[in-house]
Write a protein that binds this ligand. Sequence first.
Ligand code: NOJ
Length: 554
Amino acid sequence: MVVAQRWYQEAVVYCVDASSFQDSDGDGCGDLPGLISRLDYLSRLGVSCLWLNPIHPSPWRDDGYDVSDYYNVHPRLGSLGDFVELTRQARERGIRVVIDLVVNHTSDQHPWFQDARRCADSPYRDWYVWSAKEPADRRQGIVFPGEQKETWTFDERARAWYFHRFYDFQPDLNWANPDVRREISKVMGFWLQLGVSGFRVDAAPFVLEQVSADVDPGPLDFSILDSWRQETQWQLGDAVLMCEANVDPSSVGQYVASRSDGPADRSHLLFDFVLNPRMWLALARQDSEPMIEALGNPVVLPEGGEWATFLRNHDELDLSRLTDEQRRDVFHAFAPRPQMQLYGRGVRRRLAPMLGGDRRRMELAYALQFSMPGTPVVRYGEEIGMGETLTLPGRDAIRTPMQWDDTRNAGFSDAEPEQLIRPVPRTGRYGASKVNVRAQQRDPDSFLRWFENLCHVLREAPEIGTGHCTVIQTPLPRAVLAHRMDAPAGSILLLHNLGPDSAVVDIGPQKGCTSAPYDLLVDGPYDQPTRQLRGLELHGYGYRWIRLRRADRL
Ligand code: NOJ
């Protein structure tokens, strides 16, 4: 076995919202003991890192992304003791835990903000961003159009305007204040001591930007990221920062390294907001061109930096990086009804229903994601093909509880159905009576079993996480994407057919290919590939990962 030099380059990350995963005490809300009881399930699935959506005390007006105490666990989720037990038990199964670090803003209920608004000489006043006068630009820079009207709100108590990039109940912390920096460093040290392996940095660009009245966007202060990296690594050598930075491709590199020609010394992982909409566009058009373009002109991250790839996450699928025409095509294919769309730019659906529940296309989509350079991140419930509940408001549509079995609350909770944190969809094509873990565990051909295999194959294929990607330039049908990944560990050829028609492709001899290339992951029975790599069959929506060479074996 090749030992991973950097664990995050060979990980499969599973994003879980503890409140929606497993309730252990019957109060209708998932919790940490519930999550612990499902670690064996996650272990078998093959995930190696859990990313927990916010677990801190919070009024939960933005699903926990409005923290009111950074040093605790929300009482409905459990205790600090439960958290340590989670990291310990996860570690015993080779699973790391990363938590959301939500420090662009706090909840307006946080004692710091409550004190800050009390009077101008509160020691916490300068922990937030204020303006005595009404900022002229207070209706600009809105992130949630339709739900949010302004970015500066007048606070009656403080007799001043405060800045909030997101909702008005999420006042921005003032990162120009050294006390704020010191305090958040302590917060990070605290959770590292409790066993986390790093942080998913929420809204990273907004943390760095130094906004003041009428100066928005403000300048970015990357020294914040520099010091997080240094302090985190000093305390725990292999801890990672996984940044959410949905910024222009020309500036992503700065989130990874301080020098354009230097190694990664800022974040280790960056969510790939460049590739994500291109994958959806390619799937919508059944055309490999958007992928060829993205992979052919990649944004190259500094050495040691890695993409975190994803298809769906806990937010809307953000299509704002596409042109109007491209966005229209994706909406048309995957979210044709207005109620499936959000903020005019996004899709509030889960993957399975977006792909019409078509097993072949679901496999294709995940095979494609997992074949991309980077570390795949998947969200709970995707591995069984859960759906959304469009009658729920906004992003809640895709945040319904995990569907474990076909009992009353899908095995999520023993509470009365009306007491659940969010309703469990019971009926319909994606309801728990049809889509659930237990049924799929009993079926060797289920999507869950297929997904487990996908995770395990990836762990056998370190080339994908650590290697160099090249698009194969041979003329191929438009629907077929062919690329290869090369690393010291070996080389893999990856073929994906985005269209419904079967194809036979000639790749031709490939550098470094041994005399006996073999299929690692395929959608169906195919003839063995030969060294010439000609006449390779692909079913409609088919995929083949073919190992060309493995360094430590012939
Ligand atoms: C990004 C998170 O992914 C999203 O869910 C949240 O609403 C905003 N940040 C604000 O924290």
